[in-house]
Design a protein around this ligand. Sequence first.
Ligand code: NCD
Ligand code: ZN
Length: 344
Amino acid sequence: MQTLTISKPDDFHLHLRDGAAMANIINYSAAQFSRAIVMPNLNPPITTVDMAMSYYNRILNSVNKKYNFEPLMTLYLTDNTRPSEIDIVVQTEPIKALKYYPVGTTTNSDYGVTDIKKVYLVLESMMKNQLPLLIHGEVSDTDVNVFDREKVFIEKVLSPLVDDFCELKIVFEHISTKAAVDFVLNANSNIAATITPQHILLNRDDLFNESFQPHNYCLPVLKEEHDRLAVLGAATSGNPKFFLGTDSAPHGRTKKESGCGCAGIFSAYNALGDYAEIFEKQNKLDKLEPFTSFHGADFYGLKRNDEKITLTKKEKKIPEELPFDNDKLVPFRAGGNCAWQAKR
Ligand code: NCD
Ligand code: ZN
């Protein structure tokens, strides 16, 4: 049986939710990842250091202690975030970044930034303190075709932002298009990107196989095959600008299979297995560890993990559903098989 032992990875984009839902899912991540950048889009969102630290403590109370899992916290940037909050953030070890959701782009983004110019003073302070800005890179303008929202965001918002703040560390989250790959490749070394398993494995046809597939619906929405190939190429290239971020975003089955289905794919269940399968198919297993375990830590200025994890080429059956609060959760690739899995 083929095995591969690598430094334990980190997940640089993860939604853990809260309360009973968090308790149901957190150990899937903790088993595979040493650390995770935890997204702040709770309702209400995590907008202050105090809120982030009490969420941090709830996470530590929820996770199985045997894993030594370390949550890396983020604040949700709003029009009202004060530059003085950044002074407290930089003195608060567990908080590593701020997340910028353009208003109206995704789950719980109603409190998001209405115009990036409104937070320029905050960004200046972040730049000075080398605090990364994590970006949901889509416009919410309904005049823009949903498949073009990332590309238009690059043109209208991201390019001017990078011009104004060339020293600001930016993570372009869950990139989904060739346009995003090209933008990151051509940008300076302060710009990096996370890549999810779903944006490597699926294209927009996978939303409509035979019938509508709500469990493949996430934001940014899946794109065309040439976009998928560009994202796959970036992930497996060995370029340190690209690193692992699952964007695992659980929603209960009833919320996904409804007249108004929520965006989000729960990919944490066997995420490392998914990435290993992808890299092996490309004959790039040698590039897996840098992508999963080095590039992100290096970009964030974190120490690489000492702990190791062993991956096994052994078929893993993905369950049809998992417990999730008072609902059920349908994991990514439910009912299917993945060729690889992490030793639990
Ligand atoms: C995320 C969620 O559900 O919190 N959904 C998603 O489709 N990715 C929010 C986000 O990261 O956009
Ligand atoms: Zn997300």
